[in-house]
Write a protein that binds this ligand. Structure first.
Ligand code: LP5
Ligand code: MN
Length: 253
């Protein structure tokens, strides 16, 4: 009983206050009351350590959400894999591994951020292995915040330069990587984000119907959640709560 919501790729940053506002309104007016919220990576556009206290309103809203009774699970994305236990403790969120296998209504489901499925992107997978190395991370976290900000900006820069030379196919998920993961975890449903190519893909896995839900990335004007309720699945846009929209208050007065 109760709803389960899935979102990913919000890419929150201090440079996009309207996006943060949209997300906070989603927590307050939509996620509240749900049984569980899953955030499947890239909540933040870049996370350089839990000691960086930018975007305090996000922590406050997540803490409020978990305190009022909605469980919130947080998975690392390729932009915010440095979210740590301090952030989790402060917000009441559970950090979950990528991949993560859950059960909903008796059905096993695999959750991933999605970057691991992009196995054709060799340069990225090499980069990923390096920055996911615990020793490399510890060294990074020991540096002063200013230095970390510079390094993160440099990675972003080099990454976007690298991406101009990659084809769309290379940066998309690999079909056999999907099948392998789903077989290994014995699931017929996979939910992931990362590619910013939202869609519901029904396909055949070992002669059986299978489903892959790709979550949408969020924009200032529109977010989206995948919702599981009473045995069925649907996508739901989020454009802010009616009470907060300017047209609404104009009608009121
Ligand atoms: O997210 P998106 O869609 O823009 O791009 C990804 C891949 N890029 C990345 C890099 C991130 O954007 C960088 C942001 C990091 C923020 C946190 C900083 C913390 C640093 C902590 C260090 C311990 O994920 C991109 C994919 C694309 O998705 C599609 O899947 O293609 O991958 C790249 O472009 C990577 C390049 O191919 C290689 C990057 C070279 C950078 C040089 C780094 C040197 C090695 C560092 C070793 C410590
Ligand atoms: Mn991503």
């Amino acid at each position: 009983p109760g709803e389960t919501l899935f979102i990913a790729d919000l890419h929150l940053s201090p440079q996009r206050p309207a996006l943060t506002e949209l997300f906070v309104s989603f927590l307050e007016h939509r996620a509240a009351g749900a049984r569980q919220l899953y955030i499947l990576g890239d909540l933040f556009d870049a996370w350089i350590g839990d000691d960086d206290d930018s975007l305090p309103e996000v922590r406050i809203a997540l803490q409020w959400l978990t305190r009022q009774g909605t469980r919130c699970a947080l998975m690392h994305g390729n932009r915010d894999f440095l979210i740590g236990r301090r952030f989790a403790r402060a917000t009441g969120c559970d950090l979950v591994r990528d991949p993560c296998r859950i059960q909903l209504g008796g059905e096993p489901i695999l959750l991933m951020h999605g970057d691991l499925l992009c196995s054709d992107d060799i340069a990225y997978q090499r980069f990923r292995r390096r920055v996911r190395n615990p020793l490399v991370q510890r060294l990074f976290l020991w540096s002063p915040l200013q230095k970390r900000r510079r390094i993160a900006a440099d990675y972003r820069q080099r990454s976007s330069e690298a991406m101009t030379g990659k084809s769309a196919e290379i940066m998309d998920v690999n079909r056999s990587a999907i099948s392998l993961r789903m077989q290994r975890h014995a699931v017929r449903r996979l939910i992931h984000g990362h590619t910013h190519r939202p869609g519901d893909h029904a396909f055949n896995l070992d002669g059986q119907p299978a489903m892959r839900h790709v979550l949408a990335d969020w924009q200032e004007t529109r977010g989206e959640a995948l919702v599981y309720r009473a045995g069925s699945w649907h996508r739901e846009p989020w454009v802010g709560s009616a009470a907060e929209r300017p047209e609404h208050s104009q009608n009121k007065h």
